[in-house]
Design a protein around this ligand. Structure first.
Ligand SMILES: Cc1cc2nc3c(=O)[nH]c(=O)nc-3n(C[C@H](O)[C@H](O)[C@H](O)COP(=O)(O)OP(=O)(O)OC[C@H]3O[C@@H](n4cnc5c(N)ncnc54)[C@H](O)[C@@H]3O)c2cc1C
Length: 412
């Protein structure tokens, strides 16, 4: 991947952003042999939200529109492993979904119906059986539990870079250290991008710029219905309490999830009041930019009573790291994908709502096909960017709706 030669001046598809969305779109478009695809990333590939994800790939979702997109990610992982001749180390440890309250038991029953209808392997397990599989779990906190054996997690950076390598194998051009500053518009058509290294003309431009997607969309008068919202998790030091292959655990009553990580426990907690950011105030590169208090101690303190109920050893654990990053949340927790009405040659692929690794395959295939003028194999209407009507994504009121979507998220 050279960073010194001048960029191609024309491509059938230009993708802005080399996160997992952009890379998956590049891969699928190149695989379709629909034309020349050029991806532009201003930093290094997959170093923004993508590399910070916990990357739980839970298949059954209350938001059922996500499920075929997630299924595509599993299909892609198998295909990428074949095409690249290497394992992506998909960790199929299964997911244990817990309910501690009546409301959550009811929701769990509904999720099980959804999972069974999709043909997934689902097993109701007793509280004692749940704590046998997850040694740190307090069985007294569990009113109902189900185990979905086929669920997995993955290293998100490895997955994204597998998309990158396979995309290049199919002829995609991926350029790093090149920033898009503006979009070129002629009448009702987007005709290319203005970069810090010149203009590049394009038949179609995909805005997959993650937390920054609205900075560019605003230049052509589009408000994408999402805001960058902080997500965070903690990883404990290795401890015999956490077997390396024990299941992922989803705890909606605690607004928490967990998975094993190198002999320790990775756990995420959703704050009661999430924090969003104005994309125009974000630096181009987030490393070194404070997304809040170092260590996330006050969030941890706020969430600890909820989590302690399930994980009584919480206070004795040594926290080894704290990871925070920006997901892009929409008010309904679904993505922002597809065209803007009245505008040709432009597609959005953002609003990941904390599920962008899980659904990367479906987003990539669906958007790549739209870019190639082909129908999406999935119903993308739930993800239409205009479904909330006209929005001002920078307004405090709208950002608050996006924060609320994150605070109330209950899935893995
Ligand atoms: C703490 C945390 C935990 C998470 N856990 C999970 C999980 O368990 N499961 C899951 O599925 N998802 C999870 N996610 C969400 C997941 O990380 C995102 O959904 C996914 O990475 C989104 O990918 P993206 O390509 O949209 O964005 P990004 O990875 O942020 O990529 C966008 C890219 O665009 C580039 N860019 C921006 N502007 C420009 C420009 N003008 N010119 C050129 N390039 C530009 C940026 O540099 C960046 O590299 C988590 C996220 C966080 C932060």
């Amino acid at each position: 991947m050279s960073t010194s030669s001048p960029p191609t001046q024309h491509a059938d598809l230009v993708i802005i952003g080399g996160g997992v969305f952009g890379l998956s779109i590049a891969y699928h478009y190149a695989r379709l042999e629909a034309g020349r695809v050029l991806l532009l990333e201003r930093n290094a590939l997959a170093t923004a939200a993508t590399s910070r994800a916990a990357a739980l790939l839970t298949r059954a979702r209350a938001k059922t529109a996500l499920m075929p997109l997630i299924a595509q990610t599993y299909a892609d992982i198998a295909l990428l492993e074949m095409e690249l001749g290497e394992s992506l180390d998909l960790r199929q440890v299964g997911s244990l979904h817990l309910a501690a309250s009546e409301t959550r038991v009811r929701e769990l029953r509904e999720l099980v119906i959804v999972a069974e209808q999709a043909g997934f392997r689902v097993e109701w397990v007793s509280a004692d059986e749940a704590s046998r599989r997850v040694p740190w779990l307090n069985p007294e906190a569990v009113a109902a539990a189900t185990f979905m054996a086929e669920d997995a997690f993955v290293d998100p950076y490895r997955l994204a870079m597998a998309y990158a390598r396979a995309a290049r194998m199919y002829g995609a051009s991926l350029r790093q250290r090149i920033a898009v500053r503006d979009l070129r518009q002629q009448g009702e058509r987007i005709t290319g991008v203005v970069t810090d290294q010149g203009v590049i003309y394009a038949g179609c431009v995909v805005d997959a710029a993650g937390a920054w997607a609205n900075v560019l969309a605003a230049r052509i008068g589009i408000g994408l219905p999402m805001a960058p919202v902080r997500s965070q998790y903690w990883i404990t030091a290795p401890d015999p309490l956490f077997p390396r292959d024990h299941p992922m655990v989803i705890m909606p009553d605690a607004s928490a999830y967990s998975r094993p990580e190198l002999g320790g426990l990775l756990f995420g907690l959703r704050e009661r009041q999430s924090i969003s950011f104005d994309p125009c105030q974000l630096p181009d590169e987030l490393s070194g930019f404070a997304l809040g208090e170092e260590g996330g101690w006050s969030s941890l303190e706020e969430g600890a009573p909820r989590l302690r109920r399930f994980l009584p050893a919480l206070d004795q654990l040594k926290i080894a790291s704290h990871i925070s990053g920006l997901s892009t949340y929409t008010p309904d927790g679904l993505f922002a994908l597809g065209p803007a009405s009245g505008l040709q040659g432009f597609l959005a692929a953002t609003g990941c709502s904390g599920a962008g690794i899980a659904a990367a395959g479906g987003v990539g295939l669906g958007v790549a096909r739209l870019a190639a003028g082909l129908p999406s194999p999935f119903d993308l209407t739930p993800f239409r960017i205009e479904r909330f009507g006209p929005v001002d994504p920078l307004s405090p009121a709208f950002r608050q709706r996006c924060e609320q979507a994150r605070s109330s998220k209950t899935s893995g």
